[in-house]
Design a protein around this ligand. Sequence first.
Ligand SMILES: Nc1ncnc2c1ncn2[C@@H]1O[C@H](COP(=O)(O)OP(=O)(O)OP(=O)(O)O)[C@@H](O)[C@H]1O
Ligand SMILES: [Mg+2]
Length: 319
Amino acid sequence: MSLVKLSEIVMEFEIGSFFKKSRLRAVDRVSIDIERGEVYGLVGESGSGKSTLGRVSLRLYRPTSGSVIFNGIDITNVPERHLRKLRRRMQLIPQDPYSSVNPFYTIEEALVEPLLTHNSIDRKEAVEEAKKILEEVGLVPAEEYLSRRPQQLSGGQLQRVAIARAMILKPDYIVADEPTSNLDASIRASIVKLISDFQKRLNQALLFISHDIALVSLLAQRIGVMYLGQLVEEGNSRNIVKDPLHPYTKALLSAIPLAEELKIEKVVLKGEIGDPSNPPKGCRLHPRCPYAMQLCKNKEPPVISIENRKIKCWLYTEK
Ligand SMILES: Nc1ncnc2c1ncn2[C@@H]1O[C@H](COP(=O)(O)OP(=O)(O)OP(=O)(O)O)[C@@H](O)[C@H]1O
Ligand SMILES: [Mg+2]
């Protein structure tokens, strides 16, 4: 049984002014599931709906339609007060650590708070736990960090605190939303390794969101590729990289630095990503796709399954 199962998720936001309201569909009928102990990589350009889907999976957003099942329990419409017990089992590591760690808290307070909220332990024990996890994330000596505040740490150190805070309750499910994109290139690998070590040790389901399909392919067992709110391809990491089917996946892969050495077919998309508030008719990629046929302009392709792959493209689908 999957730990996290998202079915036909639609997430719409109301946008515009009071007088001219409209709805933006950030996620459009996406289904994915993640097993315990599995790393699922979610990739796609900016605005494709990755963060929104991640937040729906944690029930930080209630989806417009579709369902969110966590550990066999339908939590799609569970009210916030009933979600509290589950919150400790699912955590977010966001892109910007400065937004996730309260600037008025000391590091001690930031780490002790979730323990005191969710566990029945006293403060002294909680501080001991906080010290232990600081050591695990490489902030030593731990005592020195406990009294500091977020502004007194570097971005990389604070991201370690954010990871510690997410992991301190030993959750079963983690969403890491571009956890290294705000950090110096030199420390990215160590932060990814830290998350990956916790994931293995705690046998967590991890949804790892990134622009970087090369990085994701090193970490994830499966990869989902999103474009303008839709899942366009999904499959086993190795197969996706070795034999991408969707033109969009091919384009993402042909943009990685090693593409030439790896003999990846070159696919260059035209123009920029479309407008999610007014997506193209038919296949959403068609205005940019070098393989677009007449059909692609008129009719949206369904998601079909071929072996262990899902694909949403007329090139692989019976018309
Ligand atoms: N709270 C919101 N209100 C209105 N629109 C939103 C909201 N959150 C996201 N959107 C819109 O939904 C679309 C998808 O956004 P989302 O942040 O999920 O994309 P993303 O794939 O995570 O992008 P990035 O790689 O830049 O983080 C975008 O067009 C975005 O502007
Ligand atoms: Mg995002």
